[in-house]
Ligand binder design. Structure first.
Ligand code: ARG
Length: 633
């Protein structure tokens, strides 16, 4: 199986960031200088640099600059002296400032400039013994060899955080997971939880000082009237109710819904219960809280398994803020009367937003108007990211537009403070339909995760290696692998695409799965352990050489982590990290480790450093994806 070919970079970045550790950016700066010299009058030409893809099993270089063709079509008809795009490509090569990074350059096809990086430079970046220098990077990028050299040294000595970019925000909030009380927490919420947590980790890695993980649980709404009325019917004395009595909330919800739909008298009581709850009557509040607590306990079991921590501020929290926000909108003249309801119109959408229903009640949208107000003005957040299925895209689009219309968000969508909705596709079952359990009920997420763990345990216990493991080791390992597999299966797919849930596939120890990656990582750790060498000592005094082509391939891929991360981060696409991680494991196992003997070879020190660097980068990827690494398998 050949490594996944690199996706072309997307131009629609959600956020701009800068990362000096990115090889791509360093090359782009060199090409920028060349372009200024090649076409001095075209100041708006920006360097188009990308990693080379494998075409028909061959790669023509490590990176390529794709400007020549565009410049040619732009300048056609002008007196330029160039006879075609290849000539422009050649001029770009000739004008490149000398750099330690580059081994050779060539022009191919219609004018692509292919760059082969210097293996000495890559090696030095991986392990550099030169002292750290200050960040006068931009000034002398092509001369400040020391700077370029320090990157991997710092990575190995100080940790991989030296490779992280900087986002232009200090305070961000990710609104994710956000299940609804007493209704099901379904696989869609699982997806939101997994993607949202990874996004939060990506922002944390990018030096955002404060990243809030917000659980916007649906803890308010008409369903509570029905639930409370049913609770009172079953337990006339509310003090008798124990949490265990309504332990199975889904069954409870169903039963009350049945009553609601079949008995008009009950329905009336349910509707009155909503009003009494909203007016704050003690008994109703208490019942509401009991129901919320039961739900919360169930949600927490899922979060605990996934190792995700969320801070809950449910819809009910924003209730007191609603009248004030509506009044402000009204004062701005934005609220109109339509069919007895109060509505707001936004640009480019012909359906109105209902902010107060005909019966005077508020809805999901009203709460989001108020919660966004709170986030911007009370919590002073600069970037607010909402993670839900793509079905809610229009909801958020209209919310942000309403805020822009009110002047509460900048007109320029890219300016801060800024709101972003990131959507995801459906989770499908084997039958290609929405994922359901056999009885066509909603799948209990706890059961789903436990099943993943159980299957891992069976597989692990069948292996010899686990014979002398303690019970605790088995538990920890199977949890790390089982839950990690569920997360990875979700994250490796572009979030906009639907994905099919399949235990056999995600728990396979071959192919692009977390299980395979865990094995690869554990194997690298075991190579280092078995060498009997002190890796810390090697990190201090060892040197990296990349004479073998597979050593070089591995070294280059390691150096590409910062730019892949940057792309994953600017578009909030965790699947790019998965793709990178899988390719790293493949290059390590199928190329490097198959063809370069590590222990006992003359290059042992250098190769152990490459092993260590690979393990470090893999662990960072695991961490970002919320997967706990296993060191022994
Ligand atoms: N509770 C909603 C649902 O289950 C998701 C909430 C998303 N967050 C928000 N601020 N609207 O679909």
């Amino acid at each position: 199986q050949s490594p996944v070919t690199k996706t072309q970079s997307t131009s629609t970045a959600l956020i701009e960031i800068d990362n000096p550790a990115s090889v791509k950016r360093q090359l782009a700066q060199l090409f920028d200088l060349s372009l200024r010299a090649t076409v001095p009058d075209e100041s708006d030409v920006v360097p188009l640099v990308d990693a080379c893809a494998v075409k028909g099993g061959v790669k023509f270089g490590d990176y390529q600059c794709n400007n020549a063709m565009g410049i040619w079509s732009k300048m056609k008809g002008m007196q330029t002296g160039f006879r075609g795009p290849p000539a422009i490509g050649q001029a770009i090569v000739n004008n490149l400032p000398p750099s330690e990074m580059i081994d050779s350059c060539s022009v191919a096809g219609p004018g692509f400039v292919n760059v082969v990086l210097s293996k000495k430079w890559i090696a030095q970046k991986i392990r550099n013994s030169v002292n750290l220098v200050s960040k006068s990077f931009y000034l002398f990028i092509y001369r400040a060899r020391e700077f370029l050299l320090q990157s991997l040294h710092r990575m190995l000595i100080d940790g991989i955080d030296s490779w992280a970019p900087r986002l232009p925000v200090k305070r961000a909030l990710i609104d994710f997971s956000s299940p609804n009380i007493a209704k099901e927490m379904h696989v869609g919420h699982l997806r939101s939880t997994i993607i949202g947590d990874t996004v939060a980790r990506m922002l944390e890695f990018s030096h955002v000082e404060c990243v809030i993980r917000r659980n916007h649980v649906g803890d308010w709404g008409t369903q509570f009237g029905m639930l409370i009325a049913y609770l009172f019917e079953k337990f006339p004395n509310p003090d008798d109710v124990s949490v265990a009595d309504i332990g199975d909330l889904q069954a409870f919800y169903k039963a009350s819904k049945l009553r609601f739909d079949s008995d008009p008298e009950f329905k009336l009581r349910a509707q009155q219960a909503v009003v009494r709850l909203q007016s704050g009557e003690t008994m109703y509040r208490k019942a509401w809280k009991q129901i919320c607590d039961v739900s919360r306990a169930e949600f927490d079991k899922v979060y605990q398994r996934l190792g995700v921590q969320l801070e809950e501020k449910g819809e009910s929290f924003y209730n007191p803020y609603i009248p004030g926000v509506l009044e402000k909108l009204d004062n701005l003249g934005l609220v109109e009367e339509s069919d007895g309801a109060r509505v707001v119109f936004v640009e480019g959408v012909n359906i109105p937003l209902i902010v107060v229903k005909r019966d005077g009640g508020y809805n999901y949208f009203t709460t989001d108007l108020a919660s966004l107000w709170y986030r911007l003005n009370e919590e002073k957040l600069e970037w607010i990211v909402y993670v839900t299925d793509i079905g809610q895209q229009q909801h958020f689009d209209m919310l942000f537009k309403a805020y822009r219309r009110a002047g509460w968000l900048p007109k320029d969508e890219n300016a801060y403070p800024k709101c972003t909705h990131i959507g995801f596709g459906l989770v499908l079952g084997e039958d290609g339909k929405r994922f359901r359990s056999r009885s066509s009920e909603v799948v209990r997420l706890v059961d789903l995760l436990d099943e993943a763990k159980r299957r891992c345990k069976t597989a692990i216990l069948e292996r010899d290696t686990a014979k002398d493991w303690s019970e605790e080791e088995i538990e920890n390992t199977t949890e790390a692998i089982g839950y990690g597999a569920v997360k990875y299966a979700d994250l490796k797919i572009n979030r906009l695409t639907n994905y099919t849930f399949n235990f056999d596939q995600m728990l396979n120890d071959k192919g692009n799965t977390a299980v395979y990656l865990q094995y690869a990582h554990a194997r690298i750790c075991s190579i280092i352990r078995k060498s009997g060498k002190d890796i810390e000592e090697i990190k201090r005094n060892g040197k990296v050489v990349l004479d073998h082509e597979d050593e070089r391939a591995l070294g280059l891929h390691l150096l590409q982590f910062p730019e892949v991360f940057e792309e994953a981060c600017t578009n909030l696409l965790p699947n790019l990290l998965c793709e990178y991680l899988y390719n790293l494991a493949e290059i390590f196992s199928k190329k490097f480790y198959s063809n370069c003997q590590v222990v006992g070879s003359p290059e042992e020190t250098s190769r152990l450093l490459l092993c260590e660097a690979t393990a470090v980068v893999m662990r960072k990827c695991f961490y970002l994806l919320g997967i706990v690494p296993v060191y022994k398998l």
